[in-house]
Design a protein around this ligand. Structure first.
Ligand code: NIG
Ligand code: FE
Length: 424
Protein backbone atom coordinates (compact mmCIF):
# COMPACT_ATOMS: atom_id res chain seq x y z
CA UNK A 1 0.00 0.00 0.00
CA UNK A 2 1.56 3.31 -1.10
CA UNK A 3 0.26 6.85 -0.85
CA UNK A 4 1.65 9.74 -2.86
CA UNK A 5 0.98 13.39 -2.04
CA UNK A 6 1.79 15.83 -4.85
CA UNK A 7 1.74 19.61 -5.39
CA UNK A 8 2.27 20.31 -1.68
CA UNK A 9 2.49 24.07 -1.25
CA UNK A 10 4.89 23.75 1.70
CA UNK A 11 6.28 20.54 3.19
CA UNK A 12 7.12 21.60 6.73
CA UNK A 13 9.62 20.20 9.26
CA UNK A 14 11.33 18.17 6.57
CA UNK A 15 14.76 16.88 7.50
CA UNK A 16 17.47 15.04 5.58
CA UNK A 17 18.93 13.61 8.79
CA UNK A 18 17.04 12.20 11.71
CA UNK A 19 17.30 15.07 14.18
CA UNK A 20 15.73 13.97 17.48
CA UNK A 21 15.70 17.24 19.44
CA UNK A 22 16.02 20.93 18.56
CA UNK A 23 17.53 23.30 21.13
CA UNK A 24 17.97 27.01 21.83
CA UNK A 25 18.51 29.22 18.78
CA UNK A 26 18.20 26.19 16.45
CA UNK A 27 14.50 26.23 17.28
CA UNK A 28 14.19 29.30 15.03
CA UNK A 29 14.91 27.09 12.03
CA UNK A 30 12.04 25.10 10.58
CA UNK A 31 13.15 23.46 7.34
CA UNK A 32 10.58 23.52 4.55
CA UNK A 33 10.33 22.49 0.90
CA UNK A 34 8.16 24.61 -1.37
CA UNK A 35 6.07 22.87 -4.05
CA UNK A 36 6.88 19.35 -2.98
CA UNK A 37 5.82 15.73 -3.15
CA UNK A 38 5.92 13.02 -0.51
CA UNK A 39 5.74 9.24 -0.86
CA UNK A 40 4.56 6.88 1.84
CA UNK A 41 4.96 3.12 1.74
CA UNK A 42 2.74 1.32 4.26
CA UNK A 43 3.35 3.27 7.48
CA UNK A 44 6.69 4.84 6.52
CA UNK A 45 7.86 8.00 4.78
CA UNK A 46 10.10 6.76 1.98
CA UNK A 47 10.74 9.75 -0.29
CA UNK A 48 10.14 13.45 -0.76
CA UNK A 49 11.43 16.24 -2.98
CA UNK A 50 10.35 19.24 -5.01
CA UNK A 51 7.89 18.96 -7.88
CA UNK A 52 10.66 20.14 -10.25
CA UNK A 53 12.55 16.94 -9.46
CA UNK A 54 9.45 14.76 -9.48
CA UNK A 55 9.41 11.90 -11.94
CA UNK A 56 6.27 9.80 -12.31
CA UNK A 57 5.75 7.51 -9.33
CA UNK A 58 3.28 4.68 -9.41
CA UNK A 59 1.30 4.72 -6.16
CA UNK A 60 -1.89 3.01 -4.98
CA UNK A 61 -3.43 6.33 -3.96
CA UNK A 62 -2.60 9.90 -4.92
CA UNK A 63 -3.62 13.06 -3.07
CA UNK A 64 -3.31 16.39 -4.83
CA UNK A 65 -2.43 18.92 -2.11
CA UNK A 66 -2.46 22.04 -4.28
CA UNK A 67 -2.48 25.12 -2.02
CA UNK A 68 -2.10 23.01 1.10
CA UNK A 69 0.58 22.52 3.76
CA UNK A 70 1.82 19.10 4.87
CA UNK A 71 3.59 18.71 8.19
CA UNK A 72 4.15 16.10 10.91
CA UNK A 73 1.12 15.37 13.07
CA UNK A 74 1.29 17.07 16.48
CA UNK A 75 3.04 15.20 19.29
CA UNK A 76 1.12 15.97 22.49
CA UNK A 77 3.39 14.85 25.32
CA UNK A 78 1.19 15.76 28.31
CA UNK A 79 -2.51 14.95 28.69
CA UNK A 80 -5.01 13.58 31.19
CA UNK A 81 -7.75 12.65 28.71
CA UNK A 82 -9.06 9.71 30.70
CA UNK A 83 -11.48 11.33 33.13
CA UNK A 84 -15.12 11.06 34.05
CA UNK A 85 -17.68 13.81 33.51
CA UNK A 86 -16.35 17.34 33.61
CA UNK A 87 -15.95 20.33 35.94
CA UNK A 88 -17.96 22.98 34.14
CA UNK A 89 -19.52 24.20 37.39
CA UNK A 90 -16.07 24.84 38.92
CA UNK A 91 -15.28 26.90 35.84
CA UNK A 92 -18.30 29.04 36.64
CA UNK A 93 -17.20 29.24 40.31
CA UNK A 94 -13.85 30.59 39.16
CA UNK A 95 -15.54 33.22 37.00
CA UNK A 96 -17.47 34.22 40.10
CA UNK A 97 -14.27 34.78 42.04
CA UNK A 98 -12.99 31.52 43.57
CA UNK A 99 -9.40 30.51 42.83
CA UNK A 100 -8.21 27.07 41.63
CA UNK A 101 -6.70 26.53 45.11
CA UNK A 102 -9.90 27.58 46.92
CA UNK A 103 -11.97 25.17 44.83
CA UNK A 104 -9.50 22.36 45.57
CA UNK A 105 -9.49 23.15 49.30
CA UNK A 106 -13.23 22.70 49.60
CA UNK A 107 -13.09 19.21 48.05
CA UNK A 108 -13.47 20.24 44.43
CA UNK A 109 -10.72 20.00 41.85
CA UNK A 110 -8.86 16.72 41.50
CA UNK A 111 -10.83 15.15 44.39
CA UNK A 112 -14.07 15.95 42.57
CA UNK A 113 -12.78 14.26 39.39
CA UNK A 114 -11.56 11.28 41.45
CA UNK A 115 -14.99 10.77 42.96
CA UNK A 116 -16.64 10.84 39.54
CA UNK A 117 -14.04 8.47 38.13
CA UNK A 118 -14.38 5.98 40.98
CA UNK A 119 -18.15 5.90 40.35
CA UNK A 120 -17.78 5.34 36.59
CA UNK A 121 -17.47 1.87 35.05
CA UNK A 122 -14.39 1.01 33.01
CA UNK A 123 -16.47 0.77 29.82
CA UNK A 124 -18.10 4.16 30.34
CA UNK A 125 -14.71 5.68 31.10
CA UNK A 126 -13.34 4.18 27.90
CA UNK A 127 -16.30 5.54 25.91
CA UNK A 128 -15.71 9.07 27.23
CA UNK A 129 -11.95 8.98 26.70
CA UNK A 130 -12.16 7.48 23.21
CA UNK A 131 -14.50 10.28 22.13
CA UNK A 132 -11.89 12.81 23.27
CA UNK A 133 -9.10 10.91 21.57
CA UNK A 134 -11.01 10.85 18.27
CA UNK A 135 -11.55 14.58 18.53
CA UNK A 136 -7.89 15.39 19.14
CA UNK A 137 -6.73 13.13 16.31
CA UNK A 138 -9.13 14.97 13.98
CA UNK A 139 -7.38 18.17 15.12
CA UNK A 140 -4.04 16.76 14.02
CA UNK A 141 -2.57 14.90 16.99
CA UNK A 142 -0.70 11.75 15.94
CA UNK A 143 1.05 10.74 19.16
CA UNK A 144 -0.12 11.35 22.71
CA UNK A 145 0.90 10.75 26.29
CA UNK A 146 -1.92 10.01 28.74
CA UNK A 147 -1.64 10.08 32.53
CA UNK A 148 -3.56 8.37 35.28
CA UNK A 149 -4.03 10.41 38.46
CA UNK A 150 -7.79 10.75 38.90
CA UNK A 151 -8.11 7.37 40.60
CA UNK A 152 -6.51 8.10 43.97
CA UNK A 153 -7.05 4.48 45.03
CA UNK A 154 -5.01 1.54 43.79
CA UNK A 155 -8.03 -0.02 42.05
CA UNK A 156 -9.19 3.18 40.37
CA UNK A 157 -5.66 4.00 39.19
CA UNK A 158 -5.35 0.53 37.65
CA UNK A 159 -8.75 1.03 36.01
CA UNK A 160 -7.56 4.31 34.43
CA UNK A 161 -4.39 2.69 33.18
CA UNK A 162 -6.31 -0.22 31.70
CA UNK A 163 -8.44 2.30 29.81
CA UNK A 164 -5.25 3.90 28.46
CA UNK A 165 -4.01 0.45 27.42
CA UNK A 166 -7.26 -0.18 25.58
CA UNK A 167 -7.00 3.20 23.79
CA UNK A 168 -3.48 2.21 22.78
CA UNK A 169 -4.81 -1.02 21.32
CA UNK A 170 -7.90 0.36 19.60
CA UNK A 171 -6.44 3.53 18.05
CA UNK A 172 -3.77 3.86 15.39
CA UNK A 173 -2.04 6.79 17.10
CA UNK A 174 0.93 6.16 19.34
CA UNK A 175 -0.12 6.27 23.01
CA UNK A 176 2.31 6.46 25.95
CA UNK A 177 1.02 5.77 29.46
CA UNK A 178 2.16 7.55 32.60
CA UNK A 179 1.38 6.59 36.18
CA UNK A 180 0.56 9.89 37.87
CA UNK A 181 0.53 8.21 41.23
CA UNK A 182 0.68 11.26 43.47
CA UNK A 183 -1.74 13.79 42.01
CA UNK A 184 -3.66 14.83 45.15
CA UNK A 185 -4.11 13.53 48.68
CA UNK A 186 -7.33 11.47 48.86
CA UNK A 187 -9.84 12.16 51.64
CA UNK A 188 -9.02 8.82 53.34
CA UNK A 189 -5.38 9.90 53.78
CA UNK A 190 -6.12 13.52 54.66
CA UNK A 191 -3.93 13.39 57.76
CA UNK A 192 -1.58 10.69 56.57
CA UNK A 193 0.37 11.80 53.52
CA UNK A 194 3.22 9.44 54.34
CA UNK A 195 0.75 6.55 54.39
CA UNK A 196 -0.47 7.47 50.89
CA UNK A 197 3.07 7.73 49.54
CA UNK A 198 3.80 4.33 51.16
CA UNK A 199 0.75 2.88 49.40
CA UNK A 200 2.01 4.19 46.07
CA UNK A 201 5.47 2.77 46.65
CA UNK A 202 4.56 -0.57 48.19
CA UNK A 203 1.38 -1.45 46.31
CA UNK A 204 0.57 0.71 43.28
CA UNK A 205 3.97 0.92 41.56
CA UNK A 206 4.68 -2.84 41.79
CA UNK A 207 1.19 -3.67 40.43
CA UNK A 208 1.48 -1.20 37.56
CA UNK A 209 4.85 -2.66 36.69
CA UNK A 210 3.76 -6.31 36.86
CA UNK A 211 0.71 -5.56 34.72
CA UNK A 212 2.84 -3.54 32.32
CA UNK A 213 0.50 -0.58 32.46
CA UNK A 214 2.87 2.41 32.30
CA UNK A 215 6.27 3.49 31.08
CA UNK A 216 6.50 6.79 32.90
CA UNK A 217 5.98 8.04 36.45
CA UNK A 218 4.64 11.47 37.35
CA UNK A 219 4.16 13.40 40.61
CA UNK A 220 2.36 16.70 41.15
CA UNK A 221 5.30 18.31 42.93
CA UNK A 222 3.66 21.45 44.32
CA UNK A 223 2.92 23.26 47.57
CA UNK A 224 -0.18 21.73 49.15
CA UNK A 225 0.23 18.54 47.11
CA UNK A 226 3.53 16.60 47.18
CA UNK A 227 6.81 18.08 48.41
CA UNK A 228 10.40 17.35 47.45
CA UNK A 229 10.73 14.53 49.94
CA UNK A 230 7.56 12.77 48.72
CA UNK A 231 8.64 13.25 45.12
CA UNK A 232 12.11 11.93 45.83
CA UNK A 233 10.74 8.82 47.56
CA UNK A 234 8.37 8.03 44.70
CA UNK A 235 10.97 8.59 41.97
CA UNK A 236 13.51 6.52 43.85
CA UNK A 237 11.04 3.63 44.20
CA UNK A 238 9.95 3.94 40.55
CA UNK A 239 13.56 3.63 39.40
CA UNK A 240 13.69 -0.01 40.49
CA UNK A 241 10.74 -0.66 38.18
CA UNK A 242 12.28 1.30 35.29
CA UNK A 243 9.55 3.91 35.28
CA UNK A 244 11.08 7.10 33.86
CA UNK A 245 10.03 10.38 35.48
CA UNK A 246 7.96 13.05 33.73
CA UNK A 247 7.07 15.51 36.44
CA UNK A 248 4.45 18.23 37.09
CA UNK A 249 6.63 20.91 38.57
CA UNK A 250 6.68 24.71 39.13
CA UNK A 251 3.03 25.23 38.19
CA UNK A 252 2.43 27.67 41.04
CA UNK A 253 5.71 27.64 43.04
CA UNK A 254 9.40 27.05 42.30
CA UNK A 255 11.11 25.27 45.19
CA UNK A 256 13.69 22.90 43.74
CA UNK A 257 11.51 20.37 41.95
CA UNK A 258 13.27 20.92 38.63
CA UNK A 259 16.72 20.11 40.07
CA UNK A 260 15.29 17.03 41.78
CA UNK A 261 13.70 15.83 38.53
CA UNK A 262 16.97 16.36 36.66
CA UNK A 263 18.83 14.41 39.35
CA UNK A 264 16.43 11.54 38.67
CA UNK A 265 17.08 11.85 34.92
CA UNK A 266 13.51 12.92 34.15
CA UNK A 267 12.56 12.77 30.50
CA UNK A 268 10.59 15.99 30.94
CA UNK A 269 9.63 18.65 33.46
CA UNK A 270 6.21 20.04 32.71
CA UNK A 271 4.41 23.34 33.48
CA UNK A 272 7.25 25.67 34.63
CA UNK A 273 4.98 28.69 34.80
CA UNK A 274 7.29 29.71 37.66
CA UNK A 275 10.98 29.46 36.87
CA UNK A 276 14.13 30.72 38.58
CA UNK A 277 17.83 30.81 37.73
CA UNK A 278 18.56 27.62 39.68
CA UNK A 279 15.94 25.78 37.62
CA UNK A 280 17.57 26.94 34.41
CA UNK A 281 21.07 25.95 35.52
CA UNK A 282 19.78 22.55 36.61
CA UNK A 283 18.36 21.98 33.13
CA UNK A 284 21.59 22.95 31.35
CA UNK A 285 23.73 19.91 30.64
CA UNK A 286 20.76 17.62 31.25
CA UNK A 287 18.71 15.55 28.81
CA UNK A 288 15.46 16.68 30.42
CA UNK A 289 12.94 18.43 28.16
CA UNK A 290 11.15 21.50 29.57
CA UNK A 291 7.48 21.35 28.54
CA UNK A 292 5.22 24.42 28.43
CA UNK A 293 1.43 24.15 28.58
CA UNK A 294 0.11 27.51 27.40
CA UNK A 295 -3.56 26.57 27.18
CA UNK A 296 -3.42 25.79 30.93
CA UNK A 297 -2.05 29.30 31.59
CA UNK A 298 -4.78 30.69 29.34
CA UNK A 299 -7.58 28.83 31.09
CA UNK A 300 -6.40 29.49 34.67
CA UNK A 301 -5.12 33.01 33.96
CA UNK A 302 -1.75 32.16 35.48
CA UNK A 303 1.66 33.21 34.10
CA UNK A 304 2.93 31.69 30.88
CA UNK A 305 6.13 29.65 31.00
CA UNK A 306 9.05 32.00 30.25
CA UNK A 307 10.14 29.98 27.25
CA UNK A 308 12.38 32.75 25.90
CA UNK A 309 14.60 32.43 28.96
CA UNK A 310 14.86 28.69 28.38
CA UNK A 311 15.69 29.05 24.70
CA UNK A 312 18.15 31.91 25.37
CA UNK A 313 19.94 29.53 27.73
CA UNK A 314 20.35 27.11 24.81
CA UNK A 315 17.65 24.77 26.08
CA UNK A 316 14.93 23.03 24.07
CA UNK A 317 11.22 23.59 24.73
CA UNK A 318 8.25 21.34 23.98
CA UNK A 319 4.61 22.35 23.85
CA UNK A 320 1.69 20.17 24.96
CA UNK A 321 -2.00 20.60 25.78
CA UNK A 322 -2.36 19.29 29.37
CA UNK A 323 -5.91 18.29 28.31
CA UNK A 324 -7.74 17.67 31.63
CA UNK A 325 -11.07 18.62 33.22
CA UNK A 326 -9.70 21.13 35.75
CA UNK A 327 -7.04 23.35 34.25
CA UNK A 328 -7.27 22.74 30.47
CA UNK A 329 -10.46 21.25 29.08
CA UNK A 330 -9.06 21.36 25.55
CA UNK A 331 -6.82 19.04 23.55
CA UNK A 332 -6.35 21.33 20.59
CA UNK A 333 -2.65 21.50 19.69
CA UNK A 334 -3.40 24.14 17.04
CA UNK A 335 -4.62 26.42 19.80
CA UNK A 336 -1.52 25.59 21.88
CA UNK A 337 0.73 26.62 18.99
CA UNK A 338 -1.25 29.84 18.46
CA UNK A 339 -1.18 30.68 22.15
CA UNK A 340 2.56 30.00 22.31
CA UNK A 341 3.09 32.54 19.52
CA UNK A 342 0.58 35.11 20.74
CA UNK A 343 1.20 34.95 24.50
CA UNK A 344 4.74 33.56 24.85
CA UNK A 345 6.19 35.31 21.84
CA UNK A 346 7.47 32.14 20.23
CA UNK A 347 7.99 32.42 16.50
CA UNK A 348 5.85 30.04 14.42
CA UNK A 349 9.07 28.11 13.66
CA UNK A 350 9.90 27.72 17.36
CA UNK A 351 6.34 26.77 18.25
CA UNK A 352 6.07 24.15 15.49
CA UNK A 353 9.42 22.63 16.46
CA UNK A 354 8.19 22.55 20.06
CA UNK A 355 4.89 20.86 19.13
CA UNK A 356 6.37 18.25 16.81
CA UNK A 357 9.95 17.04 17.19
CA UNK A 358 10.46 18.25 20.78
CA UNK A 359 7.04 16.94 21.80
CA UNK A 360 8.09 13.59 20.38
CA UNK A 361 11.33 13.78 22.40
CA UNK A 362 9.28 14.40 25.58
CA UNK A 363 7.58 11.04 24.92
CA UNK A 364 10.81 9.23 24.05
CA UNK A 365 9.74 8.66 20.43
CA UNK A 366 11.56 11.32 18.42
CA UNK A 367 13.63 8.76 16.51
CA UNK A 368 10.38 7.69 14.80
CA UNK A 369 7.97 10.66 15.10
CA UNK A 370 7.88 14.44 14.95
CA UNK A 371 9.59 15.26 11.67
CA UNK A 372 9.35 14.40 7.99
CA UNK A 373 12.37 12.24 7.38
CA UNK A 374 12.92 9.14 5.24
CA UNK A 375 12.33 6.04 7.35
CA UNK A 376 10.16 7.80 9.93
CA UNK A 377 6.51 7.01 10.62
CA UNK A 378 4.02 8.56 8.22
CA UNK A 379 2.00 10.56 10.79
CA UNK A 380 1.06 13.73 8.97
CA UNK A 381 -1.49 16.44 8.62
CA UNK A 382 -2.63 18.05 5.41
CA UNK A 383 -4.12 21.48 5.99
CA UNK A 384 -6.89 23.17 4.07
CA UNK A 385 -5.68 25.62 1.41
CA UNK A 386 -3.90 28.37 3.41
CA UNK A 387 -1.28 30.96 2.43
CA UNK A 388 1.62 29.52 4.47
CA UNK A 389 2.44 27.58 7.67
CA UNK A 390 2.60 30.80 9.71
CA UNK A 391 -1.12 31.11 9.03
CA UNK A 392 -1.80 28.19 11.42
CA UNK A 393 -0.91 30.13 14.59
CA UNK A 394 -2.01 33.45 13.06
CA UNK A 395 -5.63 32.57 12.28
CA UNK A 396 -6.18 31.19 15.78
CA UNK A 397 -9.29 29.28 16.72
CA UNK A 398 -9.99 28.26 13.13
CA UNK A 399 -9.71 24.67 12.04
CA UNK A 400 -7.03 24.48 9.37
CA UNK A 401 -6.71 20.69 9.35
CA UNK A 402 -8.15 18.94 6.34
CA UNK A 403 -6.78 15.39 6.49
CA UNK A 404 -4.93 13.46 9.16
CA UNK A 405 -2.72 10.54 8.15
CA UNK A 406 -1.73 8.07 10.84
CA UNK A 407 0.68 5.23 10.05
CA UNK A 408 0.23 5.95 6.36
CA UNK A 409 -3.58 5.70 6.46
CA UNK A 410 -6.14 8.47 6.30
CA UNK A 411 -7.75 8.73 9.72
CA UNK A 412 -11.47 8.35 9.22
CA UNK A 413 -13.66 10.10 11.74
CA UNK A 414 -17.38 10.76 11.44
CA UNK A 415 -16.71 13.88 9.34
CA UNK A 416 -14.33 12.31 6.83
CA UNK A 417 -16.61 9.31 6.50
CA UNK A 418 -19.49 11.64 5.68
CA UNK A 419 -17.30 13.47 3.18
CA UNK A 420 -16.24 10.20 1.57
CA UNK A 421 -19.82 8.99 1.39
CA UNK A 422 -20.83 12.20 -0.35
CA UNK A 423 -18.22 11.51 -3.01
CA UNK A 424 -19.63 8.08 -3.82
O1 NIG B 1 -1.65 19.51 34.94
N1 NIG B 1 -1.60 20.29 38.06
C1 NIG B 1 -1.96 19.15 38.16
N2 NIG B 1 -2.74 18.46 37.34
C2 NIG B 1 -3.49 19.01 36.26
C3 NIG B 1 -4.78 19.62 36.70
C4 NIG B 1 -5.59 18.71 37.45
C5 NIG B 1 -7.01 19.12 37.68
O2 NIG B 1 -7.31 20.26 38.06
O3 NIG B 1 -7.85 18.24 37.48
C6 NIG B 1 -2.64 19.98 35.48
O4 NIG B 1 -2.92 21.18 35.38
FE1 FE C 1 -1.04 18.07 33.75
Amino acid sequence: MSLLIINIKQLVQVRETNVTVVKGSDMKTLPILENAYLLIDHDTIVEFGTMEDYVDIDADEVIDATGKIVMPAWCDSHTHIVYAGDRTLEFVDRINGLTYAEIANRGGGILNSAKMLQDTSEDKLYAQASKRLKEVIAMGTGAIEIKSGYGLTVEAELKMLRVIKRLKKEFPVLVKATLLAAHALPEAYKNNKTGFVDLIIEDLIPKVSTQNLAEYIDVFCEKGYFDLEDTNRILEAAKAYRLTPKIHVNQFNAFGGVALAVEHKALSVDHLEELNDQDISALKDSDTMPVALPSCSFFLSIPYTPVRRLMDAGLPVALATDYNPGSTPSGNMNFVVSTACIKMNMTPEEAINAATINGAYAMGISNQYGSICRGKKANLVITKAIPNYQHIPYAFGNNHIDTVIINGLIFENEDTLKKNRALI
